[in-house]
Design a protein around this ligand. Sequence first.
Ligand SMILES: Nc1nc(O)c(N)c(N[C@@H]2O[C@H](COP(=O)(O)O)[C@@H](O)[C@H]2O)n1
Ligand SMILES: [Zn+2]
Length: 350
Amino acid sequence: MVEDIKFYEPEDNHGFLSNFALSPITLSDVVWPSSEHYYQAQKFTDLSIQNKILNAKTPDEAFKISRDFAEQEKDDWMEVRGAVMRFIVFEKFRQNTYFTHLLVSTGDHVLKEHSHKDDYWGDGGDGSGRNELGKILMDVREYFAKKEPFNLVHFVDSAKLPTQWGTFQMYGFIEVKTGKEHLALVYGQPTSGEPTLIRLHSECLTGDALFSQRCDCGFQLARAMENIVKKGSGVLLYLKQEGRGIGLINKIRAYHLQDEGADTVEANERLGFAADMRDYAFCRGMLSFLNIESVSLMTNNPRKINALTDNGINVVERVTLQEGNNPFNEGYLKTKSAKLGHMFDAEFIK
Ligand SMILES: Nc1nc(O)c(N)c(N[C@@H]2O[C@H](COP(=O)(O)O)[C@@H](O)[C@H]2O)n1
Ligand SMILES: [Zn+2]
């Protein structure tokens, strides 16, 4: 059974659902600090009261000022309050996309404002209330859940990841289309407005975890994480697309064919796959969650640059990542250059 999500205080779990959560909303050049500020102000036609509420330091204060002037409430307030609430809650999420990602990630859980003080907007504390705010939130969620980038991945949870280079914050996502689990490792605080140093790293169990020298993946992963820490901030997306998207077992089959003389592209094709089956469209959802719009991309792979650009991410710069060439991956790197277009210096693959 899917459990209800109950929210109330903005600082608690799922507190972003509360109207008391700070979430600036701009309407006709006026910035309302929270949906609560806007909602309370709409009770009055008197502009001086509206302004007092607009300038209240906190949503609690906005609420209190509105109570102080209760006698001057508009006559038709009870008839229009539903529409006012629906409008401002929609705007809150339209304008604060991090919150929209969180809202959509609540999936199909019932959302309940768990308030013992309110049995109209909330559930009355004992579940007998109408939960009108919860209903509006679920309608807004349904609307955004169908829209890009919110329909690409769902954020699940986040935790610290201490590594030999530094402590990253690890975010877990589920790709909506495939159900695959992807990670974002964030180091430091990427500065908004500046390109973020990023790497899209496709899973390679053999290279990343088992020290294989058949490829360059593990070496690139280590260097990318080191580069991010040295720079002070950046993001590594760890993508569950083992074997260029054919999976681990098929990659072993491809390696077997390579042991018998095929190159990496021929091996994939003999197994009935395209040379590269990866799709990066969902990365836009992860980057949008992290509020990243422009990037310095660590890669040698032109497909990754094109994939991000095609999905609306501004690739300001490519940072080469030529690592781990050795006698076991010489042929593999040459084929990546000749057949997959990887951009290597001649020196690196000679
Ligand atoms: N299908 C397949 N055949 C090989 O011979 C391989 N070495 C791999 N490795 C996979 O390639 C991805 C990394 O490639 P990029 O450097 O990002 O272009 C990763 O998914 C490896 O598992 N796959
Ligand atoms: Zn690899």
